[in-house]
Design a protein around this ligand. Sequence first.
Ligand code: ZN
Ligand code: FE
Ligand code: FE
Ligand code: ZN
Length: 264
Amino acid sequence: MPADYHTHTPLCRHAEGEPEAFVDAALAAGVTEYGISDHAPVLPEPFDDWRMDDAEFPDYLAWIERARRHAGDRLPIRTGLECDWLPGCEGWIEALAARSDWDYLIGSVHYLGDWDFDNPKWLGRWQHEDLDTLWGRYWKTYAEMAESGLFDILGHPDLIKKFAHRPDGDLDRFYEPAIERIAASGCAIELNTAGRHKPCAEAYPAPRFLELARQAGIPLVISSDAHAPAEVARDFPEAIGIAKAAGYTETLLFEKRLRTTEAL
Ligand code: ZN
Ligand code: FE
Ligand code: FE
Ligand code: ZN
């Protein structure tokens, strides 16, 4: 089973479970490595209510150490962080990158302007949005995140579909320009199985995006985005099938921001 690198901790205020329980779930699932990548702090605070405070950052590293101690030599535990790509955030991401000996950093687009569009709190806002314009803006932002060179893995590529709002027609018009820029950046993307359990009822990204990404040579990881132990490596057998159908034969492993490959 591939590594699961995108997982959370209760410090983000919308996940639950002790480090030992997450590690036990990872062991039971048989993943090759387990990585923790909670939502990074953003300044000035309070930025929103779904991430750790900056003051809690040492607690985050301690949480990961607890997981590592519990795993012992049974399972490699990797140290990661899910960072928000926000206008002008580059200096902050660089500061976060220098704070620890990270195995990888995940970059995610959860915000367009001041709107965290994947937050169910703001569902009413969708009816005022033009989907073509919004999707165009999302993918442009996503490609800029890739080109920043600050991240090893790009999170949940088509998160903008979360609530099943998709523009009409062939979506390749959004995918193709983004994929070209992601491929040139050298970043990996993730196949994130959490989408399967959201209104979009499909992993992020869509199979067609994955097929184009594979053709463009973009490397892949598979992740669960677990916010509870029961979600660790959720749907991984199905995800392996989706990745293989797109033409992938391997996924990446990360250690100290260096990558190796593992056969699917
Ligand atoms: Zn989360
Ligand atoms: Fe996310
Ligand atoms: Fe996440
Ligand atoms: Zn996430």
